[in-house]
Design a protein around this ligand. Structure first.
Ligand code: GLC
Ligand code: MG
Length: 557
């Protein structure tokens, strides 16, 4: 459990490369821009909007999955890893997008989903047809059921989306057969990573996309690929977060040591290509020392810092998580990767408007306690300005540059996330952060597409957040992001060094890249450092130039 660096780690020296300090923008293709008016965003829609990303000032984009898929989990159920789903376009459209990004100096990261395939993948169809004990079934995790009739699941694991993590199949003769494991939806059977064919296949998939020019991969559920060999019962509700504090046993399905060997193999493939191609882990692993093992020198380049995303909005909590994160990644010679929002969590403009210290809801609906929208946005802007001043790479999620809130009043009948049905309608799920983006206040679907069609409803007041209402408007969230990203680049903040300043329990303050950064979490306004020039502020200062509650400033001098 100890992540002390080996002598080898220490001698690795400071890591350099575009990704160590990049601002990377996550595109959720279904909801970014729809070119053909079918209500679902697509690759040509993204290509047509690339100039937005240049104007915003990010370095790279990460695309959530666009591969052929029955869409049981919005494309995280992949039926073919080497093609594009017709709803998103064609392989030629993917090539155009990659080329369009490259010509603008933007890097492209694609999503890789190795923990499970879709149940529509040819391998799974073959596994069903081939029957128990076959080599085809060995690519997945099939087991006989318990009890004389085999009618009880092989163990007590629960799906992350709710309900049992096992589904029983029907054999060719119509009789009930074996069970297969799916940590997520039943349409997402888990692969068996002890099978050499599975390993070979993904090495080949990596090469397929590297050959097409991508700069890296975001690795879905990177902590899940290897399961404890005995598939022992766990007896705890299944969460995607491994939650393995040092003194607690590690869940048998998450963060098993065997995953690291897989990433070392992948790293060798990436390193055999020119340019600096990267791997970023989606691994819900705590504590930070355990997560840092994914970014040791011969493994992945980055791992999303979800402990940071989950931290409370108080000065001590933020200080602690930032310090811990930097120490843990320093110990393995890696930079840190910050993130506040993505397609799986309540948007931070709403999350931070919930009572401090409150639980982390899996979606919010009508009838639930509603976030305070103004407070949430104020804190979200302060949080982003704080994050963008930290050394390391930062991930942004589409729409946060507009200050978009979660859709917290979506009609339940519109929900698409399998979580809603699988949890027996107890968890609303993630649709509220996946709503199509508003580009133009007065256009159909707010400019998302040429028609009124959209796969999820947009909330009331979406016009207020539209890009065309914010562009060029001083003080808008969009202009705040642009300013911050420009200054971050000019001052080399991403590759800088953080030095804390003494500031008490209600204020967080540090220096980086010649700037002083200060966030006020307390009730009373505080002065900016004497003689300094404010270069960015997440909200207006008081008339006498002090920093009010829930505001971050960057000052020079
Ligand atoms: C990851 C994805 C999430 C998906 C799950 C299963 O957590 O980010 O959207 O549902 O993996 O693939
Ligand atoms: Mg479309």
């Amino acid at each position: 459990m100890n992540a002390n660096p080996t002598p080898q780690d220490r001698s690795a020296g400071p890591v350099t490369g575009w990704w160590t300090e990049a601002a990377i923008y996550q595109i959720y293709p279904r909801s970014f821009a729809d070119s053909d008016g079918d209500g679902i965003g697509d690759l040509p829609g993204i290509t047509a909007r690339l100039d937005h990303l240049v104007e915003l000032g990010v370095d790279a984009l990460w695309l959530s999955p666009f591969y052929p898929s029955p869409q049981a989990d919005a494309g995280y159920d992949v039926a073919d890893y080497r093609d594009v789903d017709p709803i998103f376009g064609t392989l030629a459209d993917a090539d155009k997008l990659i080329a369009g990004a490259r010509s603008r100096g933007l890097r492209v990261i694609v999503d890789l989903v190795p923990n499970h395939t879709s149940s529509a993948h040819r391998w799974f169809t073959a596994a069903l047809a081939a029957g128990a004990g076959s080599p085809e079934r060995d690519r997945y995790i099939f087991r006989d059921g318990l009890g004389p009739a085999g009618d009880r699941p092989p163990n007590d694991w629960q799906s992350v989306f709710g309900g049992p993590a096992w589904t029983r199949v029907t054999d060719a003769d119509g009789r009930p057969g074996q069970w297969y494991l799916h940590l997520f939806d039943s349409g997402q059977p888990d692969l068996n990573w002890d099978n050499p064919q599975v390993r070979e296949e993904f090495l080949d998939v990596l090469r397929f996309w590297l050959d097409r020019g991508v700069d890296g991969f975001r690795v879905d559920v990177a902590h899940g690929l290897i399961k404890q060999a005995d598939l022992a019962d766990w007896r705890e509700p299944q969460e995607i977060l491994s939650g393995n504090e040092i003194d607690k046993p590690r869940p048998p399905m998450w963060d098993q040591d065997g995953v690291h060997e897989i990433y070392r193999d992948w790293r060798r493939v990436l390193d055999s290509y020119d340019g600096e191609r990267i791997l970023v882990a989606e691994a819900w692993v705590e504590p930070a020392e355990r997560l840092a093992r994914y970014v040791r020198p011969d493994e992945m380049h980055q791992a999303f810092n979800f402990e940071y995303l989950l931290a409370s909005w108080t000065a001590p909590a933020q200080y602690a998580v930032i310090t811990r994160s930097l120490e843990a990644t320093d110990a393995v010679g890696a930079p840190t990767t910050w993130v506040l929002s993505n397609h799986d969590v309540v948007r931070h403009a709403s999350r931070l408007g919930l009572p401090v210290g409150g639980g982390r809801p899996n979606g919010i609906g009508i009838g639930d306690p509603q976030p305070d929208a103004a407070l949430g946005l104020r804190r979200a802007r302060a949080a982003t300005l704080l994050m963008l001043a930290l050394p390391g790479s930062a991930y942004l999620y589409q729409g946060e540059e507009l200050g978009l809130p979660e859709h917290t009043t979506m009609p339940d009948e519109a929900r698409q996330d399998p979580t809603w049905a699988r949890s027996g309608h107890t968890q609303r799920g993630r649709d509220g952060c996946r709503v199509p983006i508003p580009w133009e206040a007065d256009a159909p679907s707010y400019g998302f597409g040429p028609t009124d069609a959209r796969w999820l409803p947009q909330p009331p007041l979406w016009a207020e957040y539209a890009l065309d209402r914010q562009r060029g408007v001083p003080g808008s969230t969009y202009e705040l992001y642009r300013t911050a990203l420009r200054l971050r680049r000019e001052h080399g903040l991403g590759r800088g060094t953080l030095q804390w300043r003494e500031s008490g329990d209600e204020v967080l303050s540090f220096r980086n890249g010649g700037l002083t950064v200060l966030t006020n979490f307390g009730d009373a306004a505080v002065p900016v450092p004497a003689g300094a020039e404010v270069v960015a502020a997440s909200a207006t200062l008081t008339d006498d130039g002090r920093v009010p509650t829930d505001v971050t400033v960057w000052v020079r001098g």
